[in-house]
Design a protein around this ligand. Structure first.
Ligand SMILES: CC(C)(COP(=O)(O)OP(=O)(O)OC[C@H]1O[C@@H](n2cnc3c(N)ncnc32)[C@H](O)[C@@H]1OP(=O)(O)O)[C@@H](O)C(=O)NCCC(=O)NCCS
Length: 155
């Protein structure tokens, strides 16, 4: 069973290594590897701010992935990454469920959660659908063709 907990500064190294894994990075919109110092400054700012929430996904107390929510007013943009060696075992689906539940409880005003996925990323599209996201007709994100998924938060 997986659990989701809020990230802290001690997760910096795990998040850095995950962000730069080849099997993870290729599905990001910005594929460039990040530098340690830039990552650390970014994470410190995130943890001190209110606009982004990062959850660490753990299996038997070992981190295997992360889910991040970028908040804009009553909407949020979600992104997930599970370390490559754990792909295809149902963890992505469980990780999304666990972290989204926590996020919705923590940020009660959120109405919609959006995901923008690269068209070739079938695994990702599948996990979002499995937890109740539906495809919208939006086809572009940051100038790239994408699959857009939406989750309406039930109140
Ligand atoms: C997307 C991601 C989170 C999925 O995690 P995961 O643990 O592999 O997901 P699960 O095992 O829960 O489910 C994957 C589903 O996709 C399917 N799948 C896996 N690879 C696939 C592929 N290439 N084509 C089609 N389906 C695929 C699996 O069979 C499974 O479906 P099933 O349960 O019906 O058999 C993970 O692959 C990941 O971190 N990728 C890199 C980063 C990324 O793409 N993030 C999303 C950006 S929006």
């Amino acid at each position: 069973m997986l659990s989701a907990r809020k990230a802290n500064i001690e997760d910096a190294k795990f998040l850095f290594l995950l962000r730069n894994e080849d099997g993870v990075r290729k599905f990001f919109w910005d594929q460039k590897p990040v530098k340690w110092q830039d990552h650390l400054s970014w994470l410190e700012a995130v943890l001190h701010g209110n606009q982004k929430k990062i959850y660490i996904i753990e299996k038997d107390k070992t981190p295997i992935g992360q889910v991040r929510f970028d908040i804009e007013d009553e909407n949020a943009e979600i992104s997930i990454s599970i370390s490559s060696k754990f792909h295809g075992q149902g963890y992505g689906t469980e990780a999304l469920k666990e972290s989204q539940e926590k996020f919705i409880k923590e940020c009660e005003n959120i109405k919609e959660i959006h995901a923008h996925i690269k068209q070739e990323n079938n695994a990702s599209t599948k996990v979002f659908k499995k937890i109740g996201y539906t495809e919208t007709n939006e086809t572009q994100f940051k100038g790239n063709p994408c699959i857009s998924m939406l989750y309406n938060v039930k109140k």
